[in-house]
Design a protein around this ligand. Structure first.
Ligand SMILES: [Zn+2]
Length: 127
């Protein structure tokens, strides 16, 4: 009998209806680079080395976002709410809608659980 990964408890506080079986098994079903798997794993388990995380290890780190230099660099900010990143996601969403997923709406959960987005993009570009 396995134990529940702490990440599932954490993310379930913010996001509902997460299909954890898919989150854990999809990376093995598709040919993804190790880097994509690594980033996804670190995001899900909340130890991606953003500055706010690194500050726990080295207290004198400037935690300002590497892109905008206005907000603390957290995973949420860096991968979703930063004005620069958000512009990228708007373009990705527009591409997905224009190419074939007319009802596609990119949510924060798609970014955190990278695999869902990657798999949709693989489907899009393999047609
Ligand atoms: Zn930023």
């Amino acid at each position: 009998m396995g134990s529940t990964p702490p990440a599932t408890v954490y993310w379930s506080n913010f996001l509902s209806n997460i299909d954890w079986r898919k989150v854990w098994t999809l990376p093995q079903k598709f040919l993804l680079t190790n880097k994509v798997k690594e980033v996804s794993f670190k995001l899900i388990h909340r130890f991606h080395p953003v500055k706010q995380y690194l500050k726990k290890l080295k207290s004198d780190i400037d935690v300002k976002c590497s892109f905008c230099e206005q907000h603390p660099e957290t995973c949420t900010h860096l991968f979703w709410s930063c004005q620069f990143t958000y512009g990228l996601w708007k373009d990705v969403n527009r591409l997905m809608v224009n190419k074939s997923f007319s009802d596609f709406i990119l949510y924060f959960r798609n970014i955190i659980f990278v695999m869902i987005l990657v798999i949709k993009m693989v489907m899009l570009f393999s047609c």
